[in-house]
Design a binder for this molecule. Structure first.
Ligand SMILES: NC(=O)C1=CN([C@@H]2O[C@H](COP(=O)(O)OP(=O)(O)OC[C@H]3O[C@@H](n4cnc5c(N)ncnc54)[C@H](O)[C@@H]3O)[C@@H](O)[C@H]2O)C=CC1
Ligand SMILES: NCC(=O)COP(=O)(O)O
Length: 341
């Protein structure tokens, strides 16, 4: 930490998307600057372009080493671990150069965090198609982070802090057992072991947030939790044994429960953490509850990583209209975690 503020890397993500704009806005936002000392990991010329677009009246200060970052709220500090070729990337296009650079920013930030040069990473979005175009076969940040950190038990959680739509005093986390995969493949990828692991990750996270013991609930896969086997038997065969195992280990966990009503029960404060079986099961609920306030947190890492829940938004990129409250919330949660909640 520098003085009393955690040092937070903001990775720029895909330069063709809204990442540079939300990073630039974040670096001049008084609430963010009160909470953290930000360093953008990205190209300084691209950042400068975003600063000009948004008329932010700050200069970009490129640094050669992460350790060179000096605390100054008059400038935006920028470290570039990537190539210069991203300056030619056109807005709102899938470009391998942008995919490669987004990866380079993330990997450099990850190692800076592992080396304790920074206290947390907040990632602006990358474009998965651009990543693939660069020959980088990862579904997203989560798997890159896990690989660089050398962990195999990890998970992607959306976290909503307590508020109007989430009544639990410690907020609501939703972790996903399967993630970026076809719906067709989900049933075959669900295993009792994987579900039990995600229950454990959720338990740890909510404890970190000061919620002990957390009240956890596990979603069913099928409508009405399979309706006694009428609509599928993954509940009885795969999901229930994971819940039984977790209860035997002393956790306060229930399920599998019908996912539609479970989500609204959780919002009303009945549960602190939910284990969703697939991407949209968790994402639709939380993005409806609060697109701007849902924060993506990677569980199971030895470092802190958060992210806004939105993507690269090519439809509005480089128009100066991208909202930054998602980024603001992600920074706030990163700062809380860096301070030990
Ligand atoms: N953490 C990450 O790196 C994430 C990356 N993505 C990637 O982003 C790309 C686009 O994904 P989509 O599904 O289209 O979702 P998206 O979040 O980029 O866009 C969905 C809609 O929300 C709007 N929107 C998103 N962020 C906004 C903001 N800050 N201010 C105002 N409006 C905003 C967009 O204009 C669009 O209409 C994909 O390649 C996807 O994989 C998606 C989510 C997270
Ligand atoms: N839908 C969430 C998403 O795409 C973010 O994934 P990641 O880049 O955080 O792994």
């Amino acid at each position: 930490m520098t003085a009393d503020r955690p040092r937070v890397a903001l990775t720029m993500g895909d330069v063709a998307g809204i990442g540079p704009e939300v990073c630039a806005r974040a670096c001049v936002d008084p609430q963010i600057l009160a909470a953290v000392n930000p360093i953008v990991f990205g190209h300084p010329d691209v950042l400068e372009r975003a600063v000009q677009l948004l008329q932010l009246r700050r200069s970009v200060q490129p640094i050669d080493h992460v350790g060179d970052a000096e605390t100054s709220d008059d400038t935006i500090t920028c470290y570039n671990p990537g190539s210069d070729d991203v300056v030619d990337v056109a807005p709102a296009t899938v470009d391998a150069r942008a995919g490669r650079a987004a990866y380079d920013y993330l990997v450099a930030a990850t190692h800076a965090a592992l080396d304790h040069q920074i206290d947390a990473i907040v990632t602006a979005p990358l474009n998965k198609a651009a990543l693939r175009a660069a020959g980088l076969n990862y579904p997203g940040h989560t798997e890159i982070l896990a690989q660089e950190c050398g962990v195999s038990d990890f998970g992607m959680m959306l976290y909503m802090p307590p508020g109007e739509n989430v009544l639990s005093p410690h907020g609501l986390g939703v972790v996903h057992v399967t993630l970026h995969t076809s719906i067709r493949s989900v049933p075959d990828l669900l295993t009792t072991t994987a579900i039990r692991e995600k229950i454990g990750l959720m338990q740890q996270f909510m404890q970190t947030m000061g919620c002990d013991p957390p009240r956890l609930a596990v979603c069913a896969l099928n409508p009405h939790a399979g309706e006694e086997g009428l609509f599928g038997n993954e509940e009885a065969g795969i999901i229930a044994p994971a819940v039984v195992a977790a209860v035997a280990d002393g956790l306060n966990v229930t399920g599998p429960l019908p996912a539609d009503t479970l989500m609204q029960r959780a919002c009303r404060g009945e549960f602190d953490g939910v284990i969703a079986m697939y991407h949209d099961q968790g994402h639709i609920a939380l993005k409806l509850l609060g697109f701007e306030s849902a924060v993506n947190v990677t569980l199971g890492l030895p470092i802190i990583r958060t992210s806004p829940s939105h993507g690269t938004a090519f439809d509005i990129a480089w128009q100066g209209t991208a909202r930054m409250d998602g980024m603001q919330q992600a920074v706030r949660v990163a700062a809380m975690l860096a301070r030990g909640s």
